[in-house]
Unconditional design. Structure first.
Lengths: 177, 188
């Protein structure tokens, strides 16, 4: 038996730091355990409008509206939420709205719930097909560099950037409490 | 029942700095027919997203008034966004649903509103500050006042006749529509 992997927990703070540096003013999300700390940081920031969504595709419209009004916006979602957005993503591609989507992965490394696997297994492919540049993060020490680069590409280049936070980074969801 | 072209034209009279987001299909044609304007963000797709684009704009520009104009099919597809908007309570956002109770682009099949599904009741349940049905053209002036001075979030369920209107096709290039909108917004 291997000893349990130590889960690094400061990476959401690194992401939040880049949100601040990039001047992100709106963050849309469907609540997610992997994003819980980042959601709290955004909710507590008076300079960020946090928008809880009923479904992730609402967030795509939010990003477009924010950009029309001169504000940068990011979306936080679980891999299952990517599937909810596919048609709406055409709005970003068609109009060239810069966007950063941070995707916490389910259905991979150590997943206990097989119902998460079909969407988790195709999440990155779906994002690419929808026009996103995708970057996958396995280790906490890569978060700072990749999220910083992703924000630059999205907001300086009006590109659609998705950053996949692997289940190995986030830590497996515990089946029992 | 309202004539949709006449109603949209009347609510956009003297629009001033109003930011207008019409939904795909007839709503975009109606807004174009009322007079092309750089502060129209015409949608040709993204069905279900019109109200949320309005919310993103409303949050980004609290100094401006925003009206999203979806059809009933668009609004029904994004029904959850009414709850999301109700949570954020944007004072400067109005939604005018052009409700002909049918899917006009696809052969006039009846929509949920034709079966009595009540968008005003949904909006009020979602904590909209004001929601009402409008079915007489004489009420257009009141709607215009709401758009410019009403405390949002507001939903107007405009009961329009289900009839084919000639298509009036505005800009279709998404980048061009966006760029023109942003430049106009930044210049006034």
């Amino acid at each position: 038996m291997h000893p349990p992997t130590k889960i690094e927990t400061s990476w959401p703070d690194a992401i939040y730091g880049h949100f601040r540096r990039a001047g992100i003013r709106q963050v849309g999300y469907v609540p997610d355990a992997g994003h819980s700390r980042l959601i709290t940081l955004c909710r507590d920031d008076p300079n960020i409008a946090d928008v809880v969504l009923t479904t992730e595709e609402e967030g795509v419209g939010l990003v477009a509206g924010a950009a029309l009004g001169g504000q940068r916006a990011a979306l936080l979602m679980q891999s299952s939420g990517v599937g909810n957005c596919i048609n709406m993503f055409s709005l970003l591609r068609n109009c060239g709205f810069g966007c950063v989507v941070l995707v916490t992965m389910r259905g991979e490394f150590g997943e206990f719930n097989p119902w998460q696997v079909p969407m988790g297994a195709i999440t990155e492919d779906v994002l690419r097909l929808a026009g996103f540049l995708t970057y996958r993060i396995e280790r906490a020490d890569a978060v700072d560099e990749i999220v910083g680069a992703g924000c630059d590409m999205a907001f300086e280049g009006n590109l659609q950037v998705a950053i996949l936070l692997s289940q190995r980074l986030i830590g497996r969801k515990q089946w029992t409490r | 029942m309202l004539d949709r072209r006449d109603f949209v034209r009347q609510i956009l009279i003297d629009r001033g700095n109003l930011l207008v987001v019409p939904g795909l299909g007839s709503a975009t044609y109606d807004v174009a027919a009322a007079g092309d304007h750089p502060l129209n963000f015409y949608l040709w797709g993204a069905m279900g997203g019109t109200a949320m684009i309005g919310l993103g704009l409303a949050l980004a520009r609290p100094d401006r008034r925003i009206v999203a104009i979806p059809g009933d099919g668009d609004m029904l597809m994004g029904l959850g966004s009414l709850a999301t908007i109700g949570v954020k309570q944007p004072k400067n956002l109005a939604i005018v649903v052009l409700d002909n109770a049918h899917y006009g682009e696809t052969g006039m099949q009846p929509s949920h509103t034709d079966a009595g599904i009540d968008l005003v009741a949904v909006a009020l349940a979602c904590r909209f500050k004001h929601a009402r049905i409008v079915s007489r053209i004489e009420e257009a002036a009141e709607v215009r006042t709401l758009l410019h001075a009403g405390g949002g979030p507001i939903l107007v369920n405009a009961k329009v006749a289900a009839e084919d209107t000639p298509r009036v096709l505005p800009l279709r290039d998404g980048h061009a529509i966006k760029q023109r909108f942003i430049e106009a917004l930044n210049s006034v």
